[in-house]
Design a protein. Structure first.
Length: 479
């Protein structure tokens, strides 16, 4: 199997083939620790350029997908990178982070869908108060969703319409009853007729209209009827109930056409109603524009239109509700933009950190802390960079001291001691060529001394042997 073949190739130091087999094993069981450990070990001796390209490509794709909030795809890219470099902590951390964010996103969508389903069911059952609460809860889960905003707008508009209808009906009845008690039958009739137009199926205004007709029959004298009509019309005018006052003055004008006063009042009312109509048109136009802009997610412009509507009719609650709603949406968008900017800066900082550009990475992490001071990740990375820089400074000092000591030993031909010191310096800065070169020189000098020593001992032994044989002249030559 893949593990067995990998072991065989590894023992033969065929690292590329061994790597391929362990990667096959990792594809079969991504959670297995053994092939990851072996791949990490192989990377100490063999770096596949193609792996580096695939690793960097996967990391870059993952970071881009994270910014786009496509966490599932990002997780897959980071998993590819982690399989290539199992020892890379950043790849593993990014994969875990993407998985966590994806689960949170799915849970959020599930919660949103359930709330919308509940809200739609309540809306269909005409349980508008409960439906509105459910749509509002869904909107809090996803502030950018347009559907719950639209539904809430429909519910609020319907509730406002029903309230306005009930208020108008009740006011007409109250005014009609008051006029009837004061024997102002003209105003009473107009008010009851107004109430009946609002709610044609109600019996009370019908019965009162019958009583008003009976009362009107009792007023035979035209002057008395005129005076009563004018008094009622004036009272309505003073209350600013112009729509009812207008037919009241028109009725008084019919009773006594020669009187100028009703005509004068009618002209005033028509001018006032024209102004009120324009005000209503401007208000309706501003509300419609605000609703349209809100659905189009142009929140700043929508807020301006709702404020215009509120300025035209300060007593209306709808524009105030919408202004508050838009303010919440703008705040949510601002927070989303802050999160996006933070993630972009942190992603760039992580890439710089991974490429060991610690100074630039430090600047980016510091920038990230100004965007979201509550996040721990940039702070941890800043501490890690400061620690690395401190260690680097300590390594530099240790390296310089080891080199200085080694050079002194080398100068006095204490080669073996100098090798130990050069090796110590090389362990602190493995990329430096000088310690390695000096180790080679020292080892060459040691070998030369050893060879010289062996030749000397051989000559002495040979001389001693010749002396023992009595061959003195030959022995002298060896000595």
């Amino acid at each position: 199997d893949a593990i067995t073949k990998g072991e065989q190739f590894l023992q033969a130091k065929e690292y590329a083939k061994a790597k391929a087999e362990y990667q096959k094993a990792l594809i079969i069981d991504p959670s297995s620790k053994y092939p990851k450990d072996k791949l990490t070990y192989i990377r100490k001796f063999y770096i596949d350029p193609a792996d580096e390209v695939r690793f960097n490509t996967a990391m870059e794709s993952g970071n881009k997908l994270m910014i786009e909030a496509d966490y599932a795809a990002a997780q897959a890219q980071f998993e590819i990178a982690s399989n290539i470099k199992p020892e890379d902590k950043t790849a593993r951390d990014k994969m875990a982070e993407a998985e966590k964010l994806n689960l949170a996103k799915l849970e959020k969508q599930k919660q949103y869908n359930k709330l919308i389903a509940d809200a739609d069911r309540l809306f269909a059952a005409k349980e508008m108060t409960a439906a509105r609460a459910a749509y509002d809860a869904a909107l809090k889960v996803d502030p950018t969703a347009s559907y719950p905003q639209q539904r809430i707008g429909e519910i609020d508009a319907k509730a406002a319409s029903e309230k306005a209808q009930n208020d108008a009906y009740n006011k007409a009845l109250t005014d009609g009853d008051e006029a009837y008690m004061n024997r102002d039958f003209t105003t009473a009739r107009l008010k009851y007729e107004q109430a009946l137009k609002i709610k044609p199926g109600e019996n009370y205004p019908k019965s009162m209209l019958e009583r008003v007709a009976q009362g009107t029959e009792q007023l035979k004298d035209a002057l008395q009827n005129y005076q009563i009509a004018i008094a009622g019309a004036d009272k309505l005018f003073d209350k600013k109930d112009y729509e009812t006052a207008l037919p009241a003055y028109q009725n008084a004008q019919k009773i006594m056409p020669s009187e100028k006063y009703p005509s004068q009042q009618i002209e005033k009312i028509e001018a006032i109603l024209l102004q009120m109509q324009k005000l209503e048109e401007d208000y309706t136009k501003a509300i419609a524009a605000g609703d349209r802009l809100l659905n189009e997610k142009q929140y700043a412009d929508a807020k301006i239109e709702y404020q215009n509507a509120n300025n035209l009719k300060p007593d209306e609650s709808y524009p105030k509700q919408k202004i508050e709603e838009v303010a919440g949406l703008l705040l949510a968008l601002k927070e989303a933009e802050r999160n996006k900017k933070y993630l972009s800066v942190v992603t760039e900082a992580d890439q710089l950190f991974d490429s060991k550009d610690f100074n630039t990475a430090l600047q980016k992490y510091q920038e990230a802390t100004t965007i979201k001071p509550e996040e721990n990740h940039p702070k941890e990375k800043i501490a890690a960079i400061n620690k690395l820089k401190s260690e680097e400074q300590a390594n530099e000092k240790g390296y310089e001291k080891a080199i200085a000591d080694a050079d002194r030993k080398f100068a006095v031909k204490a080669y073996e001691e100098s090798v130990v010191l050069y090796q110590s310096a090389l362990s602190l800065k493995p990329t430096e060529s000088y310690p390695a070169e000096q180790i080679s020189r020292a080892q060459a000098a040691i070998a030369a001394l050893k060879q010289q020593e062996e030749a000397y001992n051989l000559a002495i032994a040979s001389g001693d042997n010749l002396m023992n044989k009595g061959e003195n002249e030959s022995a002298i030559q060896n000595y």
